[in-house]
Design a protein around this ligand. Structure first.
Ligand SMILES: Nc1nc2c(ncn2[C@@H]2O[C@H](COP(=O)(O)OP(=O)(O)OP(=O)(O)O)[C@@H](O)[C@H]2O)c(=O)[nH]1
Length: 344
């Protein structure tokens, strides 16, 4: 790459648990020696996504290549966190050939795209494309849908209101910014459901954007990278519910960390967590636990009531085998009751 060429950056966005980290891992598995740096941003404070990437064993996912921004959503911390991080990456003796930015599941992509117009980086890096990952089954379950009666009632009081569901707003902002939509978790959907979801997603897209179905974010790197969108030059085509607003808040959502006791088995733990997720309508849980006598750490992931686990790495000698779990949901979660249920 000549010094005059801008480094392309791909923004991977999508709601909590849609499969962004899984997709990033898949891209890295196809890097074939290409120098790809990853910036990963999380809403929860444990830095789990970064940890899972670093321990995945794929060449390129070494610690040096991954920068974690765990200080809230990237859309609100662009000036403090994102820009210095970007500058530091570009100033490396061997700058990355491509940069992947995984936003938090609650981040609005537009302020991040706008940041690429800042004088310090505008001439050095460009948004190659915004890839929006969609959790197919969650959309099919109506997670992002409004209650039409509630919207009508609230609209009577507020002309500007267009959603009663805060998830719907984040979902639309993420689709509004997309250059490519990945309809993920197709393994959990039949053909008719995929066709219906394509139509539903298209109804939220402000312009013609390709929608590709995927399992585990497994798409060819040539489909995902090299879109050449220069999204920072094209902001008007990417509507946001927060256009015109100087600032926005994430106070519709809440996140906290609770200790997770040692469980008898992975199956028993997952069954218990899934029940709690349903009971308290929790959106996302992820964390680590220890099993008696097992040398490996158990990583657990929940999206709604759907859970998965794997053993991610050995506990280090002398390391406290303390389990921890990040819980994310809509504001007003009963933290004490959830912590008690997990401890019980
Ligand atoms: N069944 C199924 N599960 C998937 C698929 N892709 C990802 N998952 C699972 O969904 C869960 C969430 O995946 P992640 O890749 O961590 O999602 P994310 O969007 O990075 O999550 P956040 O960073 O918390 O917003 C994990 O348990 C994944 O294994 C898929 O295509 N099918």
């Amino acid at each position: 790459m000549s010094k005059l060429e801008k480094v392309p950056a791909t923004i991977v966005t999508g709601f909590l648990g849609a499969g962004k980290t899984t997709l990033v891992r898949h891209v890295m598995s196809q890097a074939a020696g290409r120098r790809i740096a990853i910036i990963v941003n999380e809403f929860g404070s444990l830095g789990i996504d970064g940890d899972l990437l670093k321990s995945c064993g794929i060449p390129g996912c070494e610690e040096d290549n991954i920068v974690e921004l765990a200080n809230g959503c990237i859309c609100c911390t662009v000036a403090d966190d994102f820009l210095p991080t970007m500058t530091a990456l570009l100033d490396r003796p061997e700058p990355p050939e491509h940069i992947l930015i995984e936003t938090s599941g609650l981040a609005l992509p537009k302020p991040l795209i706008k940041a690429f117009n800042w004088p310090g980086i505008r001439s050095r890096v460009t948004v190659d494309g915004v890839v929006t990952v969609v959790d197919g089954p969650a959309v099919a379950d109506g997670r992002f849908a409004d209650d039409p009666a509630a919207v009508e009632a609230q609209r009577a009081a507020d002309d500007n209101l267009d959603h009663d569901n805060p998830l719907a707003e984040v979902f639309e902002d993420q689709l509004g910014a997309a250059d490519l939509v990945v309809l993920n978790k197709a393994d959990l959907l039949d053909e008719a459901a995929v066709a219906k979801l394509r139509a539903e997603i298209a109804s939220h897209l402000p312009r013609q954007v390709k929608v590709v179905a995927a399992r585990e974010g497994a798409l060819d790197i040539a489909v995902l990278l090299g879109l050449g969108a220069a999204a920072e030059d094209d902001l008007a085509a990417r509507p946001s519910h927060h256009d015109g607003a100087d600032d926005h808040e994430h106070d519709d959502f809440d996140s906290f960390v609770v200790p997770m006791p040692e469980a008898a088995s992975a199956e028993a733990l997952l069954e218990k967590l899934s029940k709690i997720a349903g009971e308290f309508d929790i959106l996302r849980m992820k964390g680590f636990s220890s099993l008696p006598g097992k040398p490996m750490r158990l990583a657990v992931q929940g999206v709604g009531t759907r859970f998965r686990h794997h053993f991610d790495r050995a506990w280090a000698p002398g390391e406290a085998r303390d389990g921890q779990l990040v819980v994310i949901g809509q504001a007003g979660l009963d933290k004490a009751a959830i912590a008690a249920a997990i401890a019980g």
